[in-house]
Write a protein that binds this ligand. Structure first.
Ligand SMILES: Nc1ncnc2c1ncn2[C@@H]1O[C@H](COP(=O)(O)OP(=O)(O)OP(=O)(O)O)[C@@H](O)[C@H]1O
Ligand SMILES: Nc1ccn([C@@H]2O[C@H](COP(=O)(O)O)[C@@H](O)[C@H]2O)c(=O)n1
Length: 228
């Protein structure tokens, strides 16, 4: 009998604020896997467009420029990093300006094909496996993932979580902004936010983060043991 553990690929998708990043980082850390935040990559390319004077509502201009920035993602779950042209982008990609513009940029097919290629090559080179989180990982980026999870939560719970993070933010305005972003991400033509047919749906509304992490770790263990 061998002691080697086979590499595993876990895809975690879902709308904004459902807990994808927190869950994915914790699961990857617990299982010794790499971690990739694909939303950070779309934010990074959006930040580059804004910084370089590209009109993000001009899809042709965004498409033309989409090959220019060099985006690098560090995949250690305890210290994920992202750089654009060698510059640390982890702070700037979280600004309101980027959050408001990212859905327009991520809807451009040339942006998606470039970032998807990057994501696949990162996943293929993860030594022990990887947890990749986003909107289209199970449907488009890694359709052969060993385990696909689709996280959901009520808009109220998600808004309360986000408003708690952005101290003093108005919950109703936060709810409206995340519902608007989800609608844009779900309705774009190219690989919209969607649950893969074979994904396990986990409603996190009434679960603590720890409960969600335990649930996903159990599902990974079951897949590794060959349980369906
Ligand atoms: N099950 C949970 N219960 C309570 N709070 C949670 C839970 N999961 C995550 N959170 C909190 O909700 C907030 C949003 O979580 P997180 O950033 O992981 O979501 P996300 O799905 O990655 O969001 P986005 O797609 O917008 O990046 C964070 O403050 C996180 O600590
Ligand atoms: N696989 C993905 C991941 C993200 N996006 C786009 O990026 C935005 C930001 O994502 P966060 O997870 O950081 O909130 C998101 O709203 C999508 O527009 C995507 O298209 N595909």
């Amino acid at each position: 009998m061998s002691d080697t553990v086979e590499s595993v690929i876990v895809a975690i998708d879902g709308p904004s604020g459902t807990g994808k990043s927190s869950t994915s980082k914790a699961v990857a850390a617990k299982l010794g896997l790499s971690y990739l935040d694909t939303g950070a990559q779309y934010r990074a390319i959006t930040w580059w467009m804004l910084s370089n004077g590209i009109d993000v509502d001009d899809a042709a201009a965004v498409a033309d420029a989409s090959g220019k920035p060099v985006i690098l993602s560090g995949t250690d779950p305890s210290h994920p990093t992202i750089t654009v042209d060698g510059v640390d982008a982890s702070g700037p990609i979280r600004t309101q300006e980027v959050t408001s513009a990212v859905s327009a940029v991520s809807a451009v097919p040339e942006v998606r094909s470039r970032i998807t290629e990057l994501q696949r090559s990162i996943a293929a080179s993860a030594p022990l496996g990887i947890v990749v989180e986003g909107r289209d990982i199970g449907t488009t980026v890694l359709p052969d993932a060993d385990l696909k999870i689709f996280l959901t939560a009520s808009a109220e719970a998600r808004a309360a979580r986000r408003a708690g993070e952005l101290k003093g933010a108005d919950v109703a305005a936060t709810r409206e902004a995340l519902v608007r972003r989800d609608a844009a991400d779900s309705s774009r033509k190219t690989s919209p936010l969607a649950k893969a047919d074979d994904a396990v749906e986990v409603d996190t509304t009434d679960l603590t983060l720890q409960q969600v992490v335990e649930c996903v770790v159990t599902l990974v263990d079951e897949r590794r043991a060959g349980v369906q």
